[in-house]
Design a protein around this ligand. Sequence first.
Ligand SMILES: O=C(O)CCC(=O)C(=O)O
Ligand SMILES: [Fe+2]
Length: 215
Amino acid sequence: MDGGLFPAEPRRVADGAVHLPGWLDLAAQRHLLEACRAWAGPPAGLRAVRMPGGGQMSVRQVCLGWHWYPYGYARTVADGAGEPVKPFPGWLGDLGRRAVRDAVGGAADHAYDIALVNFYGAGARMGMHQDRDERADAPVVSFSLGDDCLFRFGNVHGRGRPWTDLRLRGGDLFVFHGASRLAYHGVPRTFPGTADPALGLQGRVNVTLRVSGLR
Ligand SMILES: O=C(O)CCC(=O)C(=O)O
Ligand SMILES: [Fe+2]
């Protein structure tokens, strides 16, 4: 954004992957961040995910609707104290459908029922992976808040090249669907201290919305 005077153009990153810089205005970013802070609290709050290999993700996460753990979804914190997962709020689904309408067009009637909220402190990163534990092919909607990051959007065949590196900033929307729904992607780094001071967030938060296809 150029000081907000000229809304940035949607950018097609790959077939089925769209970046809409600055889609959330400051008020919407504040509202989403405030909600994330509430969701981060116990029970079933922010946690460090343990991987099957024994390592720990550097990103801390809280889930709404369905609890993600490697590699599946449950209604409770199945890899923790077993508390029920927090509900997925209706307004967040509305926001997701609006995002898909702007990014993709069409009816956008997807019944979003999962939010994964990721908190990136300084030095946190996320390796190349597919979002493939869902049983539905609805678009994944991603909102970014706070610090900029380097976002790497790759291909459906593997973790390697070709990929496109782009900078996701606070307020940005990224949607991937269709031919890109199972593309590998990751966050090699964030840029600490780049968040808009008006937001009052140190670090980066990313919220992805998904349709589980689970009952
Ligand atoms: O932090 C991001 O921008 C990406 C997060 C992500 O890929 C995920 O939660 O599966
Ligand atoms: Fe992902």
